[in-house]
Write a protein that binds this ligand. Structure first.
Ligand code: ZN
Length: 220
């Protein structure tokens, strides 16, 4: 399949998933229902990338789609959109100009520029991602908080960095780009149920609550 034909299938997959949620606000949608709707709509026999379409709706379009990470009563593979409201920041995403992006890639030597405790990720564009799996695709990340209008930086390579997919997600999830601070809520949201329970007990103790053997919460 040619590149644009693939793109078209991708876009229509996203539109089908979007419409399914918008038509079923407040109702749980299962993974199976998502896949079935995409297959029926696109005529594809099977569809593996349903999860990517979900993440595009969340991050690119700003929809809030809840999963087990957000609500304990949702089972794995169950998703829920409560309202058609979109977060505004997600709606206007800005990219560097093509020549700026080329300059960034040259500076980065086509390797992910994410640094953690002084160690650089360094995954190479097009290489196999040994940690996350799949092929590494570097994309531009605006380094400054978004309170500074990113459009004014489209021509300045110093304002952008090249990040692999995994580190784009890390940055989006864990750093609030408007304040430059750790996004604590998103970190807890992404944590396992076990870790959430640890945080829950920690917060109860912090705010002066106790839990008895039957799980009843009381104020000290
Ligand atoms: Zn990386």
């Amino acid at each position: 399949m040619r590149g644009d034909a693939l793109d078209k299938k991708r876009n229509s997959g996203r539109a089908i998933v979007r419409q399914l949620f918008l038509d079923n606000l407040g109702k749980v949608i299962t993974k199976e229902e998502l896949i079935r709707a995409i297959c029926e709509g696109t005529g594809l026999p099977d569809y593996e990338n349903w999860h990517q379409r979900l993440s595009e709706l969340r991050t690119d379009e700003g929809y809030t789609i809840l999963s087990r990470r957000d609500r304990r009563d949702l089972r794995p593979g169950q998703y829920l959109m409560l309202s058609s409201e979109r977060r505004e920041a997600a709606a206007k995403r800005v990219r560097p100009t093509p020549s700026t992006w080329r300059a960034v890639l040259t500076r980065a030597q086509s390797r992910c520029e994410w640094q953690e405790e002084g160690v650089r990720c360094g995954l190479m564009d097009g290489a196999t991602d040994t940690v996350g799996g799949g092929t590494v695709k570097l994309t531009p990340d605006h380094m400054r908080p978004h309170s500074v209008d990113p459009r004014s930086h489209a021509d300045d390579p110093a304002q952008w960095q090249a990040l692999c997919g995994r580190h784009q997600v890390t940055k989006r999830n864990y750093w609030d780009s408007t304040t430059g601070k750790l996004n604590v809520v998103a970190i807890v949201q992404a944590a396992s149920g076990k870790d959430k329970a640890v945080v829950f007990r920690m917060l109860l103790a912090y705010f002066g609550y106790t839990v008895d053997a039957n799980g009843n919460v009381g104020k000290v």
